[in-house]
Structures are given as C-alpha cells and as structure tokens.
Ligand binder design. Structure first.
Ligand SMILES: Cc1cc2nc3c(=O)[nH]c(=O)nc-3n(C[C@H](O)[C@H](O)[C@H](O)COP(=O)(O)OP(=O)(O)OC[C@H]3O[C@@H](n4cnc5c(N)ncnc54)[C@H](O)[C@@H]3O)c2cc1C
Length: 407
C-alpha cells in the first residue's frame, strides 16, 4: 500500500479531540483511514479560555502547505517585538530594543472550532466519552471506556499533558516542574485606555528582575480584537497555589489574595501602561498555569502512538505549543502514507521524527526559561546590541517559534 490508500481497511482511534486530536484525525484520513473514532471526554464544544496561540509565519506557511492551517482562520499579524523595561519617565517604559517578530496570533477557541470543522465526515466523534485506559492487543491496541473495550489497528494518544495513553506507552516519564508560574489573561481591547500608543503589529516583551510578560493582540470570537498577556515569574504564589507541585488554577477559582499579590507585583515592576493593562483583567479572565516540561521516549508502543502535549510539553517561551501538535500530525501523515503495509515501521519513523523536534523544543524552553525568568540579566544595563546578543545565546539553535517541518 502507498499514498493515500496506505491505511485503507484499518480501524483507528484518537484519544482526545482538541487541537492535536482534530489534526491527528485529519492525518489518518489523508493517509487513507476510513474508519476512525475520536474519544473526547468533554461534552460538546471544548471550554474556551479565550487566550492566544502564536504561530511563526514560516511555520504557518509549512502547515498551510501541509493542509493543517489556512488563511480563512482569523488571526492578527505581528511584525515586530519591542522590549520594554520600567522607567519612571515613560508610560510604556524605556524601549531596550526591537527585532523582527513574524508571528500570526490566534484565539484558541475559534482555532479549535476551525480544526474541529475540518474533521472529515464519517469520523465517529464520541464527545463525553472518557477513555479509562488503553492496552496493546495483538498487532494493534484496545481502548477501554465505561462501555467496554474496543479493538483497533492503531490508537493515537492526543489526550494532552495528563495522557492516559502515555501511562501505557511510556509510564516512566515524569513531567518536571520548572519552579515558576505563568499567569494568563485576555479581554476586549476596547477596555484598554490609550491602546493606540501600542502599535497593532507589536508584540511587547516587558521585562523585570525575575520575570517578564509577553503581550500581543489576538482576534476575538466576534470580529473584535482582544488583548492577550502571559506573565512568567516565580513569585508571588499566594494561598491556593502549592509551591512544590502546583496544578493549574482555572478562571474564577483563583483566590482573591493571590490576585492582589500579582497586581501588587505588576504595579511595582512594570511600566504604568503595562501594569494597567494587566490589572484591567477581571477575575473570570485570569488563570494560572504552572510550568512543566517533559518528553515521552519512546512515544510509540505496538499500535499506540503519542502526539501533541501527550508526547511532549515544552515551556511556552518557545512560542510553539500548538505548532508542535500540528507538526506531529503532519509527520504522522507522512509516515503513514509511506507505510507500504508496515504500520509498525511507519509508527517507528513517526516517533523518530517527532522526538527530534520535541527534544529541541524542550531544550529551548529550558534555556529561555533560564534567560527570561530564572537568571535574568540586569535589564536596564543592556544596550540594544547586547540584548540581541543575549537573545541569540538563549536561542542558539534558532528554533524559537518551532523547528522547521521536515517531511
Ligand atoms: C479547553 C482547552 C483550552 C486551551 N486553551 C489554550 C489557549 O488558549 N492557548 C494555548 O496556547 N493553549 C491552550 N490549550 C492547550 C493547547 O491546546 C495545547 O498545549 C496544544 O495545542 C496541544 O494540544 P493537544 O491537543 O495535544 O492537547 P490538549 O489541548 O491538552 O487536548 C487534550 C484533549 O484530550 C482530552 N482528554 C484528556 N484525557 C482524556 C481521556 N482520558 N479520554 C478522552 N479525552 C481526553 C481533553 O479533554 C482535551 O480535549 C488549551 C487546551 C484545552 C484542552
């Protein structure tokens, strides 16, 4: 078998119907599979946190050519990154430097809905069906739900960071807590006074001792524009957030005093324009994500294969979380198209390709975490050329935004 008939006659399952799961379903379809079931534990539409996803323009072009993204998906085009540090005399702070920043930004909810709409007709999308476990079975794999056990030739685990599929494929992998948090928020741009003093095409990196905040605009769900920010720092934590092994705190669940601590921090460390931007975030728009990373090696076992966050989580400084899930799907498609009757060989080739990309992103996330949070330079003393040199040391391999997709 070759080309788009490589999987004809085989049964496939995908666990998880988020960005990675929808893309994996497309990959299977394009490789010829006409009998795919998606198991998604959530009922109906996935709950949207309304925050952003950034995609490097070069990675976008590759994913568009591969058929996983396209121009009809609403985005905001960024062109430049401006670095600011607090300075009493300027509301936006002093600009330390600027550089090209060719990224498209998306709103996670509409992006997921576009991908979900591309899941081919005929795929059985079983919402509200959590997978309890998976197991190797003969040449394939079995999926266990409350309804019983179903056999498949191939099962893709796209079930995110706490994957049940990974528990069978690579039980030894340990997500590693990086020791700091990301605070995130987004809201309509119309709420922000003087928004015109911050150009539309600009991504702001506002830096302070022990952290930074990344701020850019994203499309809203109704043709409007939203302000999106993510602030990384190891302090403060506040009540309700464990220091040693924290878990995500969703919107509305964040203790009021933790919010107060964050707002105190931004008022003392950020220039006033950016501090105001963050404190305008309402309680229901604010959430916390602890930083973890890991890579599952191997990511394939028998007829089971991991994809997206189930396989690898790199710290989001890399600007490539959703890109990596989509690239995994594209690599899976390429490997399966060349299966030529040897599914296990194809999954092995997929694993080699995705782990090369995954390990470079985990490595970059750790380097950028160190440079931007754990061991920040004396920002105010950096000249523009020193800032450039510092960045190039932190991203020595030049893979910020995701590695080139090699098919
Ligand atoms: C609701 C939601 C909102 C998100 N919002 C953003 C955002 O705004 N910005 C951003 O950068 N990233 C966001 N992410 C994370 C982002 O999607 C991922 O980091 C990246 O795109 C990789 O996606 P993924 O599909 O591999 O994993 P995830 O997006 O984590 O998806 C995993 C999916 O598997 C399902 N699942 C998990 N366990 C089981 C099980 N046992 N049985 C069946 N289904 C299961 C989950 O419900 C989920 O839909 C969000 C994820 C989710 C689930």
């Amino acid at each position: 078998m070759s080309g788009s008939n490589a999987l004809r006659g085989l049964r496939a399952a995908v666990v998880g119907g988020s960005i990675g799961g929808c893309a994996a379903t497309l990959a299977l379809h394009r490789a010829g599979c006409r009998d795919t079931t998606v198991y998604e534990r959530t009922t109906g539409a996935l709950a949207d946190r309304g925050v952003g996803v950034a995609v490097h323009t070069a990675r976008y072009a590759e994913l568009e050519a591969a058929g996983y993204l396209d121009a009809s998906m609403p985005c905001v085009q960024l062109a430049e990154r401006h670095w600011y540090v607090r300075d009493e005399r300027a509301p936006l702070g002093r600009m330390l430097g600027s550089n090209a920043f060719p990224f498209r930004t998306y709103n996670w909810g509409p992006l997921w809905r576009e991908l979900r709409a591309r899941v081919p007709e005929g795929v059985h999308f079983r919402s509200g069906t959590p997978v309890l476990s998976v197991a190797e079975s003969g040449a394939g794999a079995a999926v266990h739900t409350e309804d019983g056990s179903e056999p498949y030739d191939v099962v893709i685990g796209a079930d995110g960071y706490r994957s049940v599929v990974r528990a069978t494929v690579c039980p030894a992998v340990e997500p590693r807590y990086a020791g700091y948090l990301a605070w995130r928020g987004a809201y309509p741009e119309s709420r922000l006074p003087d928004s015109e003093s911050w150009p539309e095409h600009s991504c702001a990196y506002v830096v302070f001792s022990g952290g930074h905040v990344v701020i850019y605009r994203i499309p809203g769900a109704d043709g409007d524009v939203r302000v999106n920010w993510v602030l990384y720092t190891s302090a403060p934590v506040g009540p309700g957030i464990r220091r040693d092994d924290p878990s995500s705190v969703p919107p509305r669940a964040l203790d009021g005093s933790a919010r107060t601590l964050l707002y105190e921090l931004v008022k003392t460390r950020l220039p006033p324009f950016w501090a105001t931007l963050i404190t305008l975030t309402r309680a229901e728009e604010l959430f916390v994500q602890p930083m973890y990373d890991f890579m599952a090696t191997p990511g394939v076992r028998g007829g089971l294969a991991l994809l997206g966050d189930a396989a690898t989580v790199a710290r989001p400084h890399t600007g490539a979380g959703a890109v990596k899930a989509l690239q995994d799907a594209s690599l899976l498609e390429t490997a399966l198209r060349g299966a030529d009757g040897d599914l296990s060989g194809a999954l092995g080739r997929y694993d080699a390709a995705r782990s090369a990309a995954g390990s470079s992103m985990v490595g970059l996330g750790r380097q950028l975490g160190r440079a931007l949070v754990e061991a920040t330079p004396e920002w105010g003393a950096l000249s523009s050329s020193e800032l450039d040199a510092w960045w190039h040391r932190a991203d020595a391999a030049g893979v910020f935004g995701g590695r080139q997709l090699k098919k």
